[in-house]
Ligand binder design. Structure first.
Ligand SMILES: Nc1ncnc2c1ncn2[C@@H]1O[C@H](COP(=O)(O)OP(=O)(O)O)[C@@H](O)[C@H]1O
Ligand SMILES: [Mg+2]
Length: 445
């Protein structure tokens, strides 16, 4: 069957689908199928047009980018020992599968010719984006002999991210926004225990921390804040935080308590003969503790006095200890700052090395993006540098060598205030069994 006929049949079926919408909508809804999230414009118009464009340009695109080969090269034998070999006149493009639509674009598979590697396909990504007029193309090779092409038609990260729907996520897994393929952006602290969030001023760091608090607030998780900008950002969450430090002196006190708590949890695990709190029976397990630090550099700023240097030194050591020891004991660290390099204070690079999850918002300079993502992937650094001024909340997220673009959900002040009126879990600190109460404008005692 010719390709265009298939497209027309599919389009006709979709039009019939739209016309009978009132019949099937309640039926799908009853079965829990999220039909409302289907972008009809893409399915009806965008997808058939893009699929046709891909099929009609594939031969030329493959030829111009060196993806085609000829099984019978144009060879002419002259005399007994001389063979002249030229470029094939009718090169054969690699076999392309039918484009399979997704909510945000489509996917394709290509069968490699024998002797080919995926490398020229990786190099042809930009050419594919232009030839097919799409927002992005990603090429991977999950199976030998095959290349998988993911096409994103329009940038799914434009516009605000709607509030989270659907079932609640697992403990310590927070839905903070949306990733590039339209799926929820999950920060899973069980999988990657500590996170680093960077970006220029007004790039969306504090908003991401707010989205994290919003997502973790319904869970039995104790949240502890360090916000040395006078508590302006994390202070909004008031009573939901188990403790809040709003200057460095308080931060030193709070971090010391967290380190004591870690030691205590260690002795609990040792006594029970377990290697982490997750191996303890559920009723004996301490409450997970998430330490959120906004504006890290404030903790390291010194005015030259001996006292401030000592405090900065202490903060560096305590944060590093929390990161090194906390993961198995249910103590997690999420740190936000403009740049996180050796120039801001002692032991910062050692701390960075412990923070396995990375989120890079728009940066002022290449070096800052490099500090966050350079040790993960050079392409991720370039993508982070391309985030525009008006794309607040858009970031490159990297964990375990993989990366993607994402956008956080914007939390309104009203939502924050509502969370602030909820109660934190009781007794998060085993070291101080009395309920920890929040005091406005200061650290809880
Ligand atoms: N995910 C987002 N979507 C839309 N706008 C955002 C988002 N995140 C941040 N913004 C906008 O950017 C502004 C600055 O964000 P903020 O988190 O305070 O930046 P930073 O802490 O990096 O200085 C916010 O006031 C908000 O208007
Ligand atoms: Mg901020």
């Amino acid at each position: 069957m010719p390709a265009s006929l298939v497209v027309w049949i599919l389009s006709a079926l979709l039009i019939v689908g739209v016309l009978t919408q009132s019949w099937w909508e309640p039926r799908l809804e009853a079965r829990g199928i999220p039909y409302r999230r289907w972008p009809w414009r893409w399915w009806l118009v965008g997808y058939p047009a893009t699929a046709l464009r891909i099929r009609s340009t594939w031969r030329r695109l493959a030829y111009l980018n060196g993806l085609s080969v000829s099984t019978s090269p144009d060879r002419r034998v002259i005399g007994r020992d001389l063979v002249v070999q030229g470029q094939a006149l009718r090169p054969k493009p690699p076999r392309l599968s039918w484009p399979v639509p997704t909510n945000t674009g489509l996917t394709l598979r290509v069968l490699l010719h024998p002797g080919q590697t995926p490398a020229p396909y990786f190099a042809a990504v930009r050419a594919m984006e232009h030839a097919w007029r799409v927002h992005g193309v990603r090429v991977t090779s999950p199976r030998r002999g095959e290349v998988f092409i993911q096409v994103t038609a329009l940038d799914p990260l434009t516009g605000e991210v709607p509030s989270a729907r659907g079932p609640a996520h697992a403990l310590l897994s927070a839905d903070v926004g949306r990733i590039e393929d339209g799926e929820p952006w999950l920060i899973d602290l069980r999988r990657v225990p500590h996170w680093l969030v960077t970006g220029a001023t007004q790039s969306g760091k504090s908003s991401l921390l707010a989205a994290l608090v919003l997502a973790l607030a319904p869970q039995p998780v104790a949240l502890v804040g360090i916000d040395c900008k006078g508590g302006m950002e994390l202070g909004l969450f008031g009573g939901r935080l188990s403790a809040l430090a709003i200057d460095r002196k308080e931060a030193v006190g709070l971090l010391s308590r967290v380190v004591d708590e870690i030691r205590h949890r260690m002795s609990v695990c040792r006594a029970a003969g377990q290697r982490s709190i997750w191996d303890l029976p559920e009723d004996e397990r301490p409450v997970p503790l998430v330490v959120i630090v906004d504006e890290l550099a404030e903790l390291y700023l010194t005015d030259g006095s001996r006292e401030s240097k000592d405090e900065a030194e202490q903060c560096g050591t305590l944060l590093l200890r929390v990161a090194q020891l906390g993961a198995a004991l249910g103590v997690h660290l999420v740190v936000a700052g403009q740049r996180v390099g050796s120039d801001i204070g002692p032991r910062v690079t050692a701390l960075r090395a412990q923070l396995g999850g990375r989120v890079a918002h728009r940066a002022h300079d290449e070096a800052s993006a490099e500090m966050t993502l350079g040790d993960i992937n050079p392409d991720a650094v370039i993508t982070a540098q391309n985030i525009a001024e008006d794309e607040q909340g858009v970031a490159v997220v990297a964990q375990g060598g993989r990366w993607t673009r994402a956008r956080s959900r914007l939390v309104t002040t009203a939502d924050a205030a509502q969370i602030g009126r909820t109660d934190p879990p009781a007794n998060p600190f085993l070291t101080s069994p009395d309920p920890v109460t929040f005091e406005k404008g200061g650290m809880a005692a």
